[in-house]
Design a protein around this ligand. Structure first.
Ligand code: NG6
Ligand code: CA
Length: 517
């Protein structure tokens, strides 16, 4: 149900599109009302890493405050049923940028030297924006691969974002816990000294940088054995690396560095339409927030990383306001997958959790097929255009592609963004009628949301990730069916009592996997 603070009055969305001459809007529709919003608003997507449904104040957080994000949640649409396409990062990011499920291109969690998953020629959200004349940028975590499989980190690193529709990129190439631990701006590593070339290996030790397994006494945070290789900034990572000393990042500087870069991009492009994909490292491991957030949470570094993320978001929004762009900028805020507490580093996230519920009322989390794996905070904010409301529609990040294409009047071809549904009126808060069906992907398995039902077919494989304390995975050798309207925590399996519905949902799952909608 939509609970609006002000009543939605005139729905005057379509006529604006016909002005561009590219929209699929019929003449009839275009007569509905007068133009009352821009057809080329700036668009900023804040994409948080591992932020759970319950991790924001406006979604019930108790261990940390998030005033900056709550402000846009309370003055925009706070979706209660918004989803990433997957319960891990790479497939979710792939889906956001291409409008198709990650499993269509075998999108799995990538190593730090993996080749570009989205190859040049593939239409993306960024290339879609470019068709309407936008300037496009990505700042922050990438984790979609770079290069063609054998990257020379000392030369031009491509293909990458610039080859698939972005005009500017400033990246953390994979994750904070994977080498290379350097920034890549456009095609090159930032601050790389040519006399100290950098080499990366996921096959074994190279060079003479210390590792967690050889020199544990050098570590600031103890890690498990997957995260116990090259040490940078006192923290061991996944993978080996040598050289490039001047280019190594300092994790504690991320908040400043990445928000500065985002702000620079916005300032430089303030006089023309821009699309910014602002992708965060927070609150992924290793969690090394800046010291200035040390008093901001009762939950230790995981909470401090949330406070840091809130600060960064607020900084960027305030800049948009200062430049007078707020009423001409659509902001979407969401996360790539659900929450995780222990994810490789013994940073006390489990021990200091207290009463805070990272997944809100839902079960599971990152890596899980239960709701908290993909149901994440989802906010759309556009002052003057979007009416403040809580909206319970089922929405997917994959639909941003076709919905925004409609908003800016770009035609999408038949083979483009095949899993994306045009849902512009939901994303603008004009209706609460969202999707009926949505696949939730995790580690090679899928689950199906059908209205308020959740169907989890018996698992082909049981990923070994689901060891994290207290997190259920939903990977069982029998079918599961839950009615989320009465059982949001997915505790009461009603599959046996509903054989016909199970059969129907099994068939629907297969159809969607096969690309039939
Ligand atoms: C996993 C890592 C985990 C995290 C994740 C990626 C192990 C055991 N676990 O492989 O720590 O890095 O990959 O997270 O290595 S994601 O949010 O980018 O998908
Ligand atoms: Ca993630």
């Amino acid at each position: 149900m939509i609970k609006t603070k002000k009543l939605v009055t005139s729905i005057a969305l379509v006529s604006a599109l016909s002005a561009c001459g590219q929209s699929s809007v019929t003449e009839n529709e275009s007569q509905i009302g007068e133009v009352n919003r821009s057809t080329t608003p700036n668009v900023v997507i804040f994409y948080i890493d591992d932020l759970g449904y319950g991790d924001l104040g406006s979604y019930g957080a108790t261990g940390v405050e998030t005033p900056e994000i709550d402000r846009i949640a309370n003055n925009g649409i706070r979706f209660t049923d918004g989803h990433s396409s997957a319960a891990t990062c790479t497939p979710s990011r792939y889906s956001l940028l291409t409008g198709e499920h990650g499993f269509r291109n075998n999108a799995k969690i990538l190593k730090g030297d993996a080749p570009a998953l989205i190859q040049p020629g593939k239409p993306t959200l960024a290339s879609m924006f470019k068709k309407a004349g936008y300037t496009t940028g990505v700042v922050g975590k990438w984790h979609l691969g770079l290069g063609n499989g054998n990257v020379d980190w000392n030369a031009d690193i491509k293909p990458g974002p610039l080859e698939i529709g972005f005009d500017y990129s400033f990246l953390l190439p994979a994750t904070g816990d994977r080498v290379p631990t350097v920034y890549v701006e456009n095609h090159n590593i930032v601050n790389l000294d040519k006399n100290d070339p950098i080499t990366v290996s996921y096959k074994g030790k190279i060079g003479n940088m210390p590792t967690g397994y050889e020199n544990p006494e050098l570590l600031r945070v103890v890690a498990d054995k997957q995260h116990n290789e090259t040490i940078v900034n006192g923290v061991s990572r996944i993978g080996h690396m040598s050289g490039g000393k001047a280019a190594h990042w300092v994790d504690e500087d991320f908040a400043q560095v990445f928000s500065d870069k985002a702000i620079d991009f916005i300032r430089e492009n303030q006089n023309k339409p821009f699309f910014l994909f602002k992708s965060y490292h927070d609150i992924h491991v290793p969690r090394l927030p800046n010291d200035r957030f040390k008093d901001k949470s009762t939950m230790g570094v995981r909470g401090q990383a949330i406070a840091q993320m809130d600060w960064m978001t607020g900084r960027i929004i305030k800049e948009i306001e200062k430049l007078g762009l707020a009423e001409n900028t659509l902001i979407i805020f969401t996360s790539d997958n659900g929450p995780v507490l222990f994810d490789g580093y013994f940073d006390s996230a489990v021990e200091l959790l207290g009463e805070h519920k990272p997944g809100g009322p839902f079960s599971g989390g990152k890596y899980s097929r239960l709701e908290a794996g993909t149901r994440v905070p989802t906010i759309a904010y556009w002052p003057g255009t979007i009416k403040p409301q809580v909206n319970d529609a089922l929405v997917s990040q994959m639909d941003i592609y076709k919905s925004l294409a409609k908003l800016i009047g770009v035609e999408v071809s038949e083979n483009e963004a095949v899993d994306s549904l045009e849902q512009l009126s939901v994303w603008l808060g004009e209706t609460d009628q969202g999707r009926v069906d949505l696949l939730e992907e995790s580690l090679g398995n899928v689950a199906l949301r059908h209205n308020n039902y959740k169907f989890i077919a018996k698992s082909k494989n049981k990923p070994n990730f689901i060891k994290s304390k207290g997190i259920r995975g939903g990977y069982q050798s029998f079918d599961q069916l839950y009615d989320l309207s009465t059982d949001p925590g997915e505790n009461k399996n009603i599959a046996k009592q509903n054989p016909d519905l199970v059969k129907q949902l099994k068939a629907r799952t297969k159809e969607i996997v096969a690309g039939r909608y």
